[in-house]
Design a protein around this ligand. Sequence first.
Ligand code: GLC
Length: 483
Amino acid sequence: MASGRRPWWQRALLYQIYVRSFADSDGDGVGDLRGITQHLDYLEWLGVDAVWLSPITVSPDKDWGYDVADYTDVQPVFGGIEAFDELVAQADARNIRVITDLVPNHSSDQHPWFQESRASRDSPRRDWYLWADPKPDGSPPNNWRSAFGGGSAWTMDERTGQYYMHNFLPEQPDLNWWNEGVRTAFDDILRFWLDRGVAGFRIDVAHGIVKDRELRDNPDPAVATYNANRDDVHEVLQRWRRLVDKYEPARVLLGETWVMEIERLIRFYGSGEDELHLAFNFPFTFSPLEADVLRGIVEATEAALPERAWPVWMLSNHDIARFPTRMAGGDDRKARAALFLLLALRGTPVLYYGDELAMPQADVPPERQRDMDGRDGARTPLPWNGDWKNPWLPMTAQVEPVASQRADDGSFLNYCRALIMQRRANPDLVEGDYETLPSPEGVWAFRRGESTGVAVNLSDETVEVELEERLRLGPWQGVVQRM
Ligand code: GLC
C-alpha cells in the first residue's frame, strides 16, 4: 500500500500515560494533566504520535480510576476539565493526539446510577445493573467469581434483599448491557469526549461487558464462560464503531481484549472495518522472549487478521509487571531486543510510560502499597530528574532518570528514540507487510514491505544471518537492512 494512505492510528506510535505517575505540576505528589502538558516537548522529542491516558474521570479510586462516579467530568486531583481541554489543545499543536480510557463494564458504587438502582426494586434504574434473588438457601444466584480475590461476583444488598453482580470489586457494580438505556447513555458519553477532541478510546474489559442473560453457572467456576466473553459483546462494539466513524478526523477504538486465543482475539476486529480498530494482543505480551514462540504468535495473528485489519503490540501496561523485569529478567540486552521487535513489527506499537527508560518493576514496601491487587510496582512515578515531592507511590524503580539518560548517547532512552526515528524514516517499517524469512535457531528474521529486512537474535550465541548480505549478529542483537 502506498505510503501515507493508511489512517493515522496505523502509522502512529502510542504511549500509555498512567496519569498519577507521569508528571506532577503542582507538587501534591500525584501526577496530573498539566504535568503532561508541561512535558509534551519530551513526548514530541521521543516521537510519540498519540497518548492513551489511564482514566481521568471522577472516581473514589477503589480501583484507581477504574471505578467511575462521573463519566463526563475530570477528577479534581488531575486538574479538572479545564486542564483536560488545555492538554488536548496543546497536544494538538504538536500533532499529538489524546486517547482516553472508557470504562463501560462497571461504574463505581458511588455513581448516581447505582445509588438510584440500589434504592428500591422499582427504581427506574434498577435494571441498569445486574440484580438477582438469592438461592433458596440465601447463597448467591450463581457461581460467578470476581477477578479480584476470586470470591463470589455477587454482593447482597440488605435493603432490597437482592444480590448485585460485580466482576471486579464490590465497589464496581457491573452495568447491565442488555438495557437499552445503558447503551444510549454510553453513546452520549462517547460523544461528549469525541466532541471535546479526543482521538478515540481505550476500552476497558472490552471482551467482558455483556453477561449471559440467563445468568447461567460457569461450567468451570474458574473460567468466565458466562460472566464475560459472550458473543453478544460484538454488537455493542460495532455500535460504537458506527458512532465514532461519523467523526472527522478519524477516531480509534482500542480494546483491552484480554483473551488468550488468537481466533477469539481476531473476532474483535469484525470484518476488519466494522468493529475495533485495534485489539490488544495479550498472547504476544505474555510470551517468553523466545524466537519460536513470538514468531508463532505473530504469524498466527497475521494469518488470521481480516484484510483491512491492523495489529497492535505492547510489552507493558499498568496491570502487569514491567517488561524489562517480566520479559527480560533485568538483562539490558534482552530489554533492547524486546523493544527492537516492538518497533520493527507490522502493527501499532504501544509504549507504557517508562518503557523508554527500561524502567523495571519496582519493589513497593508493604506499608506503601496502594493497590488492592498488588499492581503498584508497575505504577511508580516516572523519574525526570531526581525525586518527586512526596510521591503517592515510592520511587523505588531502579533506573536512571530521564535527564541523565537524555544526556547519555548510549542510554536505553536514546536507543529507544533511535528505533522510533528509524521506524518513522522507513515507510516499510511503518506500513509494509510482514513476511517471515528463514533464519537459524534462536533468530527471528522477517521482511517488511518491499525492501526492508529485519533480524533479531534472541539467543546467547553469536549467529550468522542471511538478509541482503550475510552478517553476524551478537547475542540479543537486532538489525534492519535494505534488501
Ligand atoms: C482493566 C484495567 C484494570 C482494572 C480492571 C477493572 O483490566 O486495566 O486496571 O483494574 O479493568 O476495571
